[in-house]
Design a protein around this ligand. Structure first.
Ligand code: PHB
Length: 356
């Protein structure tokens, strides 16, 4: 049976109103790492999406890597998020929290001078965003083998808090050069223990987190996001197709909510061939595609069955009523880059709807 982006889909025990997801986007408007009423309004404005995936929410203090980004590990943070989930549910949509650990893409400024952690002591090229502006990435401290179980447990704990805060599920952020991705790809993982080397070993942290989080909140409430060809945050892998085919196979058969794939590189640097169709074939659940989709390509991709849902980032940022605009073939608002990261309502909750 052929679907279109406006047809329903069952996910995590709910019937989503359409096959459009709002992609996770960091917006740096959470002072003290706590979600606010303004954030609740922003997400509620976008509840025309079948599924909203929040911006990354840190699983611990060690996970923090950007200014004014929300966490999901304290009671105050849980309360902050409750406003968001209530506002989105009131508008009839569903919302997953993205669980985030920045790993080496952090800075000692966030950790009282201590080094950020990573699979291996390899610095990323580039600069960290700190409260005092850009500072070069430092060489991180390689995690001790004995510390890894603690990180897995932080994800489990954050997932339990997410459910308590009213989320319909969680997305494990294994993309874009953050901690889990740093383990998966061999450009950043040179470990010689059971978390490095073979594909199975490099994928182990992800699988341990999936098992712990799934055990805590049920696997059907757990999605995973990967970005096989994204070079963002100085990422590389010697054989991306083999690496991520292995990830897709490993995540199959567990009854997960979905696999969410960033199909592009945010740096424009991925010139090698990568066939996302091989991930689609290997993963047995809902496949969410993301990366510069417009309406025609989204429709085509859904109706051909190449994906089950499409996640839109910047178009949702700039168009609170994106599904309605698609339905009417209406023009889209243009996104204002200058207000993406940080600030107030401007460029956040003041993008006009068609009606306005
Ligand atoms: C960013 O803040 O630029 C950012 C955060 C999380 C991502 C990608 C980009 O996954």
């Amino acid at each position: 049976m052929s679907h279109d982006i406006f047809s329903n889909i069952e996910l995590a025990g709910h019937t989503l109103i359409n096959r459009m997801a709002m992609a996770p986007m960091t917006r740096n408007r959470a002072p003290d790492n706590i979600a606010t009423a303004m954030m609740a309004e922003y997400y509620a404005q976008r509840a025309g999406a079948g599924l909203i995936i929040t911006e990354g929410a840190q699983v611990s203090e060690q996970a923090v890597g950007y200014p004014a980004t929300p966490g999901i590990y304290t009671q105050a943070q849980l309360k902050g998020w409750k406003q968001v989930t209530d506002a989105v549910h009131e508008k009839g949509s569903r919302i997953f929290a993205q669980l985030w650990h920045c790993g080496r893409i952090s800075h000692p400024d966030y950790h009282a001078g201590e080094l950020p952690v990573a699979p291996s002591a390899i610095a990323a090229a580039g600069d960290a965003f700190t409260y005092e502006g850009l500072k070069p990435f430092v060489t991180p401290r390689a995690l001790e083998a004995e510390e890894i179980a603690g990180i897995v447990d932080e994800y489990r704990h954050a997932a339990a808090f997410a459910i308590e805060a009213g989320f319909d599920g969680v997305e494990i952020h294994a993309a874009n050069g953050y901690l889990i991705d740093q383990f998966i790809r061999d450009g950043s993982n040179r470990r010689t223990d059971r978390h490095g080397g073979s594909l199975e070993n490099r994928t182990r942290l992800l699988m341990e987190i999936v098992a712990a989080v799934g055990g805590e909140i049920d696997h059907d409430k757990v999605g995973v996001r990967i970005s096989p060809i994204n070079a963002f945050n100085d990422m590389s892998d010697s054989d991306p197709q083999a690496t991520f085919n292995h990830v897709a196979v490993s995540l199959s058969g567990l009854g997960l909510a979905y696999l969410h794939v960033v199909e592009v590189s945010m740096t424009g640097e991925a010139s090698f061939d990568f066939d996302v169709g091989q991930l689609r074939e290997r993963f047995d659940g809902i496949y969410i595609a993301n990366g510069a989709y417009d309406q025609p390509r989204a429709q085509q991709t859904i109706s051909s069955g190449d994906a089950d849902m499409i996640a839109f980032g910047i178009p949702f940022l700039a168009n609170p009523d994106l599904p309605e605009r698609f339905r009417l073939n209406a023009e889209l608002n243009e996104a204002d880059q200058a207000t993406f990261y940080g600030g107030d309502v401007h460029g956040y909750t003041d993008y006009p709807t068609l009606e306005a």
